[in-house]
Design a protein around this ligand. Structure first.
Ligand SMILES: C[S@@+](CC[C@H](N)C(=O)[O-])C[C@H]1O[C@@H](n2cnc3c(N)ncnc32)[C@H](O)[C@@H]1O
Length: 234
């Protein structure tokens, strides 16, 4: 499977910082620089671990826990190389289908493209149940009540403004069928999403938890949260 580093400039910045700190430590022989250098190395390591291994473990477990029946219509928002999409596809059988949408930003995921995601789908032999298309999470190109499951992994935080994150959640809500499930794996914003969803009064069983070390994007202060919720049946 083709994959790409999340926020490649973030890991690059950390690695460059680490090198400078070690150069400083060797030159100055100062305890401060040595501590800073090893801390930077640790931050780089945890970032690398999460983006290359940890998030795969988190998503695999989260999708398994959804206990899919196999005939669901699912949407993965900000699918990138298709991590969540391909995991869902493993549980589906046509007419079950998962669609991934993305704007394919390379600053958010290295070597991000629709072609790369499509190649991953073909390689996984999932073309009968999975597809991707270009689409913005702020204006989803689907009618109301289209999906039994809406997911998003490490994508909504890329919308920097709170009002727009609320808009992304409103869109996810709009396309989700009553009784449908919502799964959002994202950086520290889990509690914010929980409040936004609760305020709509359209969701129940809204749970947020931190997923631990596998989701540390640099350290425990930038942890990943997992939110699950069910849209109330009407
Ligand atoms: C860090 S990547 C995560 C990709 C994938 N979900 C994963 O977990 O590997 C974030 C993704 O969100 C996408 N994205 C950012 N803003 C978006 C928007 N407004 N609408 C749709 N996708 C967006 C980026 O292009 C990128 O593919």
């Amino acid at each position: 499977m083709k994959k790409g580093f999340d926020a490649p400039f973030g890991i690059l910045g950390l690695l460059v910082g680490t090198v400078f700190m070690f150069i400083g430590a060797f030159n100055a022989q100062s305890l401060f620089f040595w501590i800073a250098a090893f801390l930077m190395l640790f931050f780089s390591f945890t970032y690398f671990h999460t983006t290359w291994y940890g998030k795969y473990k988190i998503v695999k477990k989260a999708i398994r826990e959804l206990q899919l029946k196999g005939d669901e219509q699912a949407l993965d928002i900000g699918t990138g190389h298709g991590l969540v999409l391909l995991e869902i596809a493993k549980y589906l059988k046509a007419p079950g289908k998962v669609i991934g949408i993305d704007i394919w930003s390379s600053k958010d995921q290295f070597q991000n493209s629709q072609a790369a995601a499509e190649q991953n789908i073909a390689q996984a032999g999932a073309s009968d149940v999975a597809a991707v298309q270009t689409g913005n999470m702020l204006e989803l190109p689907f009618p109301d009540n289209s999906f039994d499951l809406v997911t998003s992994s490490l994508a909504i935080h890329n919308v920097k403004n709170k009002k727009e994150r609320e808009q992304a959640l409103a869109e996810a809500n709009r396309v989700l069928k009553p009784g449908g499930q919502l799964l959002i794996v994202d950086l520290i914003f889990g509690p914010e999403y929980q409040k936004t969803l609760a305020a709509t009064n359209q969701f129940e069983n809204i749970n947020v938890k931190s997923v631990g070390y596998d989701g540390w994007c640099g350290g425990p202060w930038m942890t990943t949260t997992k939110l699950t919720a069910t849209k109330k049946a009407q």
